[in-house]
Structures are given as C-alpha cells and as structure tokens.
Design a protein around this ligand. Structure first.
Ligand code: NAD
Ligand code: DAU
Length: 339
C-alpha cells in the first residue's frame, strides 16, 4: 500500500489521542503526525508506548498561528488532515468564550487555507451534535444531518461556525472535506473535567459529585474507539462534501450515568450533590446514525460494556488522572464549585 502522511490535530487530547494510537497501530504504512499546542487538555504521557515508533511524529504548534501552520504544510505536504484540535468544554466556554472563537473558528480557517495550498486528498472536520442545539424529551426525535444548526453555548456556536467554514471551502474552492458530528464520547484518557471521568475519579476518592439541575438532561453516549472507527471510515470512504452523524443509540440521563458509576464502584448515592444548573443547559441530544451505518459502520460497545471497560481503565490507570487532578485543574474545580 502507498505511503501517506496524515496530520491529526489535537492528538494529545482525549479523542485525538485515542485516534492517533488507533492510526499508528492500524496503518503502519502511514506517517501519523500529531500536532498539538499542549493546552491544559493535552498531554503526551498517554503516547509513551508509541513515541519511538517510526510512523509516529509530534509537532507542538498552535493551529491558529498561520505562518507556522502554512510552513509545516509546505514542508510535509500532508495527504490527509483529521482535525480534532479545539477548546472542548462547554462550562469553560461560558466563563471564557474568546479562546473558543480563536482556536475553534480562526484555527480551523488557518488549517483550511493550509490544506488548500498542498491540495490535500481529504480534510475531515471532527464536529459535534451540539451544533444542532437541543431536542425535547420525546424519545422518537433525533438529530439527522438535515437538522438546522441552532447552537446554544459559546462552545457549540464556535463549532457550528467552523462547520460552516469547512462547508464553504468545499463549495467555493472544491477542497475535499467531510464533517462528522458525534454524540458524547467516553473512554480511556477522558479529561476529568467532563461528567463521566469526573464522576469516576471523585467517587473513587469518596468526594461529592456535582449533578447540574435535576440530573434529568439526556446525553447519547458513544465509546471513543467506536468514534475513532467511524472517523477512519469517513476519511477513506466518505463522499466529499458530506456530513455524517455518529452515535450508537445510548441515551442516558445524567443521574442514570452517575448512579451506574457509583453502583459499579460499590459506593453510596449520598455522594450525589445537586448543584445549580449550567446556563443554557441543553435538555437532550440523540443521534440518528443511519447515514453512517449505510457506509458500513456499527458500534462495538453498548453503554453497559463500554462503561464497565472505562471504569476498569480508570482503576488501572490512577497515576494518569491523579497527576491531572492534583495540578492546575484543582484551581478550576474549586472556582466552579464550593466543595
Ligand atoms: P480535548 O479537550 O480532550 O482535546 C483537545 C486537544 O486540542 C488538546 O490536546 C489541546 O491541547 C489541543 N488544542 C487546543 N487548542 C489548540 C490549538 N490552538 N492548537 C493546537 N492544539 C490545540 O477534546 P476532545 O474531547 O478530545 O474533543 C476533540 C474534538 O472532538 C473537538 O473538536 C470536539 O469539538 C470534538 N467532539 C468531542 C466530543 C466529546 O464528547 N468529547 C464529541 C463530539 C465531538
Ligand atoms: O455532545 C458532544 C459534546 O459532549 C462535545 O461536543 C463536547 O466537547 C463534550 O464536552 C460533551 O459536552 P457536554 O456538555 O455534553 O459534556 P459534559 O461531560 O461537560 O456534561 C455532560 C452532561 O453532564 C451535561 O448535561 C452537563 C452534566 N454535568 C456535567 C458536569 C461536568 C453535570 O451534571 N455535572 C458536572 O460536573
């Protein structure tokens, strides 16, 4: 098979990190370049076991720094770009929206321009179901690729803006692109500011778990490895210009998720602390993945098997998340909550 160069942005983060490891293992004939700024959410310790592989390369850079990015593309002439790098946490976008516009919108535009200069074969933009806004609690309604974009948070507004730029570069310049819009991911290396790893780490430390509002908001959970496989399929088989929703029909209320984790770890539900609701808190997300299934994708994990695997991973990899929660993250958490 022909040797290819693939640039993965945000490959030191949660999903990008899992995707880098997936690609390095699955495609020894590809050179996988992980480009990441190493913000609070990025760390390279997760790649210790692949860092000496010949087909893995790391570049520290800011996707919004035009000169650096264009020079890198001119030097390496990437065949594929898979774009994960972003500010990804809704709560942080509520307190500090500016960096979300800079990274998620400006950074995406810089990458699109750089991709044009070397005529990449495919640019996959990893987006989110949050761009569609929220659904009500009617379980027969789902987000499809034709659902209008109605983002409600500064985070989702910045992602929707980047989606529109990606679409425009396809329409205007003919850049070969796909946009994927996935539901909530969980799995190894999930940063402990997000609901599932936050709950696992706090329950293991016998600390209170903050549940926003009444805990009845619904999210549609997908194991990160199933998301990686979906992106791999879209990269190689997706029709240029198309959007693909990614989700595995695993809707859960937040309270159900927290209770499952507490029960699996054999702890008390008294650890649950209801706190004030998130501003503009979307009620429900649920994905219709029919279009992607027609391309040949299906998830390998149910929520039951996936959450069990994930909890076990956090038990087996305490040093990874303990090093995070003992650092700068502690200040963030204390500013958010009073416990
Ligand atoms: P993450 O916050 O764990 O990782 C983001 C990575 O991007 C980090 O390694 C960070 O250092 C890097 N980064 C941030 N700003 C950068 C910049 N200016 N230049 C270069 N690198 C930079 O995020 P995640 O949860 O892995 O999400 C990855 C992507 O997937 C995002 O685009 C997000 O919108 C999308 N997504 C996430 C989910 C989810 O449930 N987590 C679901 C659907 C889509
Ligand atoms: O839907 C995809 C999106 O999923 C991605 O685009 C985002 O990058 C990702 O962060 C995630 O966004 P959410 O806001 O859904 O994830 P989070 O883990 O922050 O919250 C999940 C739900 O749990 C949400 O309804 C808010 C609630 N929550 C969250 C935290 C951190 C709590 O009740 N307590 C908490 O402490």
């Amino acid at each position: 098979m022909e040797r290819k160069k693939i640039l993965v942005t945000g490959g030191a983060g949660f999903i990008g990190g899992n995707f880098v490891q997936y690609m390095v293992d699955k495609y020894p004939q590809y050179d996988t370049y992980n480009l990441d700024l190493l913000t609070y959410a990025g760390d390279l310790t997760k790649h210790k076991h692949i860092e000496t592989r010949e087909n893995y390369h790391f570049v520290k850079a800011d996707i919004a720094e035009r000169e650096t990015i264009v020079a890198l593309f001119e030097k390496e002439k990437f065949d594929y770009v898979v774009h994960f790098a972003a500010e990804s946490h809704v709560d942080r976008s509520i307190t500090d929206p500016g960096v979300f516009v800079q990274t998620n919108v400006v950074g995406t535009q810089v990458l699109l321009d750089a991709s044009r200069t070397v005529d990449v074969t495919k640019f996959v933009h990893v987006s989110t179901d949050e761009v569609y806004g929220e659904l009500d609690f009617d379980p027969t309604t789902f987000f499809t690729e034709d659902t209008p974009l109605q983002p409600n948070s500064p985070y989702s507004a910045s992602k929707a803006s980047s989606d529109l730029l990606v679409r425009a570069y396809n329409e205007t310049y003919g850049l070969p692109v796909n946009i994927t819009r996935c539901s909530n991911n969980y799995g190894p290396y999930h940063f402990p500011e997000k609901l599932i790893p936050l709950t696992i780490s706090r329950v293991l430390n016998e600390q209170k778990v903050p549940v926003y509002g009444d805990g009845k908001n619904i999210r549609d959970w997908l194991h990160v490895i199933d998301h990686c496989a979906a992106i791999d399929l879209v990269l190689h088989e997706g029709i240029s210009g198309e959007v693909y929703n990614v989700g595995g029909h695993n809707e859960q209320t937040n309270l159900e998720v927290v209770k499952t984790i507490i029960k699996t770890l054999g702890k008390s539900e008294e650890l649950i602390e209801f706190v004030k609701d998130r501003l503009g808190h979307d009620k429900r997300y649920a994905i219709d993945p029919t279009k992607l299934e027609k391309l040949g994708w299906k998830p390998t994990y149910t929520f039951d098997t996936g959450i069990a695997q994930t909890i076990q991973w956090y038990l087996d990899n305490r040093e990874w998340w303990e090093q995070i929660i003992s650092g700068e993250y502690q200040n963030y958490f204390q500013n958010q909550y009073s416990f």
